[in-house]
Design a protein around this ligand. Structure first.
Ligand SMILES: N[C@@H](CCC(=O)N[C@@H](CS)C(=O)NCC(=O)O)C(=O)O
Length: 260
């Protein structure tokens, strides 16, 4: 299945260290379903102008191409689509059961899906009013963005709202983003401590894991030193969880920047 993935500089040799969080959620969701991922890279301009014009709607990353050639955007919508399309495969929301239903499984599914939605809209969000991850690595992303028209659009008010770029640049100087990011990781450590050797979603990884891994990979691929401080160095539980995810999906190793 074709996955449209954001790259900050289409000519950079390290562009396969994908630095946007949302593509990761869908990459892992597809692997979870046993579907091979074919990546089509797109810059912010390709998404906003080229693809949006072709498809007659605003295209964001991730998007997957459906059988009729249309694009489905939004990692949560894509997860729901995959659940419906492959009901007999391991569910993205229960962390252990396939979606095929009896009453108990249906309840389990509903709780798992609510948990996934909560994490996606909370800790896993980019909204600068209360989430932290995008702001944390913004200076690093800013350096990776291709010069010329891609950068012009990346920093423009059309993309970030009035004065948005200046606001993003100032936030790092005004707030202790690293301390806040570290606090975000603590509840995850608690969950993993209580469920030794498991995943955030349960015995099997699920969408909750993929949302969080998206934020982790975003940090690691844009600023490995900072990522290690915020994630692995805070608890061996995180280190174990990252290893379990990578062991489960070895193909993602090549898309993760190495720690020095
Ligand atoms: N809630 C959506 C968010 C999609 C989104 O904002 N994607 C970003 C990349 S991670 C994007 O396409 N950004 C376009 C841009 O930066 O101009 C999801 O989970 O898929």
């Amino acid at each position: 299945m074709k996955l449209i993935e954001l790259v900050f500089d289409p000519t950079a040799t390290d562009r396969h260290y994908y630095g946007g969080p949302n593509g990761w959620k869908t990459r892992l969701s597809l692997l979870h379903m046993g579907i091979d991922v074919e990546t089509e890279e797109a810059s912010v301009c390709d998404l906003r102008y080229k693809l949006s014009e072709i498809h007659g709607k605003r295209i964001t990353s991730p998007a997957i191409e459906l059988e009729d050639g249309s694009l489905l955007c939004g990692s949560f919508d894509i997860a729901e689509y995959l659940e419906d399309k492959f009901p007999d495969r391991l569910s993205l929301f229960t962390g252990s059961l396939s979606k095929s239903v009896d009453a108990v499984k249906a309840k389990h599914f509903k709780v798992g899906k609510t948990y996934a939605r909560l994490i996606d809209a909370g800790l896993g969000a980019s909204d600068p009013q209360w989430a932290i991850w995008f702001d944390l690595v913004f200076p690093d992303i800013d350096k990776r963005v291709a010069q010329g028209e891609i950068r012009e659009y990346f920093i423009s008010d059309a993309r970030l709202g009035p004065g948005g770029y200046e606001k993003m640049c100032k936030r790092g100087a005004q707030e202790d983003l690293v301390a806040r990011a570290k606090l975000n990781v603590l509840p995850l450590i608690q969950v993993l401590k209580q469920n030794q050797g498991q995943f955030l979603q349960g015995e099997e990884p699920g969408f909750v894991d993929y949302v969080v891994f998206g934020r982790y990979a975003m940090c690691r691929n844009n600023n490995p030193k900072l990522a290690k401080e915020v994630w692995e160095d805070q608890g061996e539980e995180i280190q174990g969880w990252v290893e379990r995810i990578v062991q489960r999906y070895p193909s993602i190793q090549k898309n993760l920047r190495a720690y020095e």
